[in-house]
Write a protein that binds this ligand. Sequence first.
Ligand code: UGA
Length: 451
Amino acid sequence: MIVTIVGTGYVGLVTGACLASHGHTVRCVEVSEERLRSIAAGKVPFYEPGLEDLLRAGQASGRFSVTADLSGAMQASDVSLIAVGTPARGEDPDLSYLETAARQIGGQLRACAGYHTVVVKSTVVPGTTRNLVCQTLEGASGLKPGEFGLSMNPEFLREGSAVRDFMEPDRIVIGQADSRSGDVVEALYGGFHCEKLRVSLEEAELTKYASNALLSVLISFSNELASLCEATPGTDVETVLGCLYLDRRLSPDGPEARIHPEILSYLRAGIGFGGSCLPKDVNALRVYGKRCGVATPMLDAVVTTNALRPAQVVGMAEAALGGVFQKTIALLGLAFKAGTDDLRSSPALSILQALGSRGARVRAYDPCVTPEAAKKAGLNGLCRESLESALSNADAVVVTTADPAFRDADWTRLTAQMRTPVVIDGRNVLRHVRLPEMARYYPIGCGGAIH
Ligand code: UGA
């Protein structure tokens, strides 16, 4: 098929490169000249493992290209995907990029060679595709529903493993305005072998939010349990969760051994969830509930629990050091999780801010965050180039992402360079690392120091 994609952010570019590798001809439309030039030169403007190789392979095969010309891209194409951002703006998601994309696509619909299907991949609350998008398309094209196809097809990509998530999907959810639209989207994913669910537009929209809300609830449950363990001497959240997970309803019998579903390895107590998706989507669902007159006390509690975690970690540092005022603290990890340079709603930044406001001297190291990215986020001068320089003469270190580089480091050497070898492990990444005897190790979710 010939595919137009509007938006070259995470979703747009990953989708484009992956669909091209499946034999489709993809044209991504980008208005920013700088971004367009970067992508055209085979350079992904953000950090995502494996994406650049795939993009370049697509370009080399002639199946992937980027252009500023929406009309040219759409004329020959069968389907247009809207993959623009819907960032939070106050209480509501900002739908202006979506509306603009729908208007521009609508303006080109009549010029398309044949029946054209518009697919919303952006995350939007139920009703947005049927109302805002469809009406905008109709208004701009003068066509009636049915004269063009309309679908909502949510993405379930995780930063850091987005290419794999796209190539090996758990499921493909196809929200369809009518079955003809659904057929087009199903054909687009013809080469992907997983269950494809044909649902209403609203069910597709809600599934996306529900999926992130479920993860947030589960993470917050683990974190609340961690807080309870931290207040209970002789308990360890890892042990309690381990016991819990052996319930056969969570880990059923397999042919040879118990099956441990991936969600149980994903779920770890920590410093709270962040990123551009979970916090924004939980909030959007709460606001949507309010608009529908539906109370969402559980989602409200998730937000409260999540906001408590960074403070809990700061409290651990204060207790371990007898106050953090004028103490030098090294933060290992700035991004919202390991394997990405994304600083949006990063809990590490909340910890950094809280420590700073208590008079601590904070420095940070994150192997994925370049000095330029840190500078852009206003963190200039705070980042160190290596673990060694971050930890040198520090009074404590706080681990805030589960980067394998932290686990694999030589902690005997590192702690020897610290003024006081206090290690606060906000991600329990050093649990199985042998630390020197003199180190004081405080993992998350433990009633007391381990070493
Ligand atoms: C999340 C979802 O996992 C994807 O399925 C979804 O497609 C994506 O949002 C999206 O909406 O686009 P992502 O934001 O990349 O993906 O990150 P996750 O790996 O889910 O982690 C989110 C946050 O939760 C991170 O801050 C992470 O450190 C934290 N987390 C995760 C925990 O604190 N504990 C855990 O047990 C798991």
